[in-house]
Design a protein around this ligand. Structure first.
Ligand code: NOJ
Ligand code: NOJ
Length: 491
């Protein structure tokens, strides 16, 4: 009873947070509404939900994009699918409408069924007997068969991300009546599937594999971060039914991952690098500066958080990305939109990127990466608000110096606490900074709001796979984080 009450308050909050942008009761929100950003964001978030639904096939395959050629993205990628389903679950939690809720639950059910199917067969990434090495296969035909052509395999982040999404579905099925009804016959299968993903992660995280961009073979920051989250959440999960032995094992691996993660900090460069111990694949990523690090911090946030968006080294990395891409992409020399509204720079995957959305020539900004920088700003502000304290350090000093209107007066060693005028000013500036990234996305999106994968670095027009599920998911998550921050700032 108590729990259901709490859950319903939470879901009421989430509903508010989804529709909130129109209310504009606070000064900041009103400022931004001058240019209609609030209303654009709410319609864009709704469009993202519709477009994601359209990419979910009836058998549970999640299309990365409906594009079948130039490029062919008509596949189920384990990574993209888990991140996309997480948005479907957000929509379910936020919805009051029984028909919509039933539809979201059905989509989640289909995802579970498809996940069981692809887990059950050998792939070119390995055999099921080898601690589920087959799960490392990055992408599957929509019928459920592993991809059979050469590819950057294995990719060890997918099972960890899927474990997190399956655990979320499992818990919803324990907590909410309609979800319980929907999943009553699938609980055992779902539990086995997520335990297998945890097992894969605990056993295989040390394996050499390809990065989230499917190009470089080695050890990757993004993978280690989502693996760490999955194992910590997995330990809590198995503890609830007496799996103390497994819980200890997962936590031991999570602790080893923390030691491993410390190796990615490059004090000379002043940011987290994405890859260490490189053993193959592309060899021209000389800066090793990668927006995968920011995505990692976002995707690794769960009940607990490690290297969260307020970690000063994560902020240092965000700052390095911002200044590098500001100078690299010609479109970033346009820093205001037609209404003279400030735009943050469009962000790419990494500076040396050559993937143009179809083949290899020259890289471009990505919607995912630009939305990630927005989400990082919002989440950092919300976390600071929750801890009442901002510490300026040698690592994050440059990040703060860049924040319009407040940065110049902040120096390493300063501590801002709630009550200081500057504390509130920094939170407001983080909200504005996030909004400038989303305004950048608005500036380059299609008239109807459709999002592809990339933005042409010269013309500013969209390019690459159309209607990319992950582009919509990343936009959705950024807007959600913004709404949650605005609620916090209104308190
Ligand atoms: C397709 C991959 O999905 C993309 O990330 C990569 O950049 C290109 N192949 C080039 O290797
Ligand atoms: C290429 C991206 O690099 C990769 O991260 C993604 O999984 C696939 N495209 C599918 O969207």
């Amino acid at each position: 009873m108590l729990f259901r009450l709490k859950a319903s308050i939470l879901s009421a909050l989430r509903i508010v947070s989804l529709v909130l942008p129109c209310s504009g009761t606070m000064a900041q929100a009103q400022d931004f509404d001058r240019n209609g950003l609030d209303s654009w964001l709410s319609s864009e978030q709704a469009l993202a939900a519709t477009k994601i639904s359209a990419n979910l096939l009836g058998n549970g395959a999640v299309l990365a994009s409906p594009s079948r050629s130039g490029p062919n993205y008509y596949f189920h990628w384990t990574r993209d699918a888990a991140l996309t389903i997480d948005v479907v679950l957000d929509l379910y939690v936020a919805s009051n409408n029984p028909e919509d809720r039933a539809a979201y639950l059905q989509q989640a059910q289909n995802y579970v069924d498809f996940s069981l199917k692809i887990q059950s067969q050998p792939t070119l990434s390995g055999s099921i007997q080898d601690h589920f090495a087959n799960f490392g296969e990055p992408k599957f035909e929509v019928g459920g068969v592993g991809f059979s052509q050469p590819w950057g395999r294995p990719q060890t982040d997918g099972p960890a991300l899927r474990a997190v999404s399956l655990m979320r579905i499992y818990k919803l099925a324990q907590q909410r009546l309609d979800a319980q009804r929907q999943f009553s016959a699938s609980m055992t299968g779902m539990k086995n599937a997520l335990l297998a993903d945890l097992e894969y992660t605990a056993y295989h995280w040390r394996d050499q594999g390809y990065d989230l961009w499917e190009e470089v073979r080695g050890q990757h920051f993004y993978n280690a971060m989502v693996q760490h989250r999955a194992l910590v959440a997995g330990a809590a999960f198995v503890n609830t039914y007496g799996g103390q032995g497994d819980a200890r094992r997962y936590l031991a691996e999570a602790a080893a991952l923390e030691t491993h993660l410390a190796r990615f900090w490059d004090p000379g460069r002043g940011y987290f690098v994405e890859t260490i111990d490189r053993s193959g694949g592309l060899d021209y990523k000389s800066s090793n500066l990668d927006s995968g690090v920011v995505l990692a911090s976002l995707h690794a946030q769960g009940e607990q958080s490690y290297l969260s968006p307020t970690d000063d080294r994560i902020l240092a990395t965000a700052h390095a990305l911002r200044s590098t891409f500001a100078a690299l992409f010609p479109i970033n020399s346009v820093s205001r939109d037609r209404a003279q509204h400030q735009l943050a720079p469009a962000i790419g995957r990494y500076p040396e990127d050559r993937y143009d959305g179809v083949g290899s020539s020259q890289g471009h900004p990505w919607f995912i990466a630009t939305a990630a920088l927005a989400e990082l700003s919002y989440r950092a502000a919300a976390l600071y608000a929750a801890t009442d304290r901002i510490l300026i350090t040698a690592q994050n000093e440059a990040f703060f110096a860049d924040l319009a209107g407040v940065g110049q007066g902040l120096h390493r060693g300063d501590t801002l606490t709630r009550g200081d005028a500057t504390f509130r000013n920094v939170l407001d500036a983080l909200l504005r900074s996030g909004d400038e990234y989303l305004a950048r996305i608005r500036f380059h999106s299609a008239i109807g709001g459709e999002l592809t994968e990339q933005i042409d670095r010269y013309t500013g027009y969209e390019r690459g796979a159309i209607d990319l599920s992950w582009s919509y998911a990343s936009l959705f998550k950024a807007v959600q984080a913004r709404s949650q921050l605005i609620l916090v700032l209104q308190q």
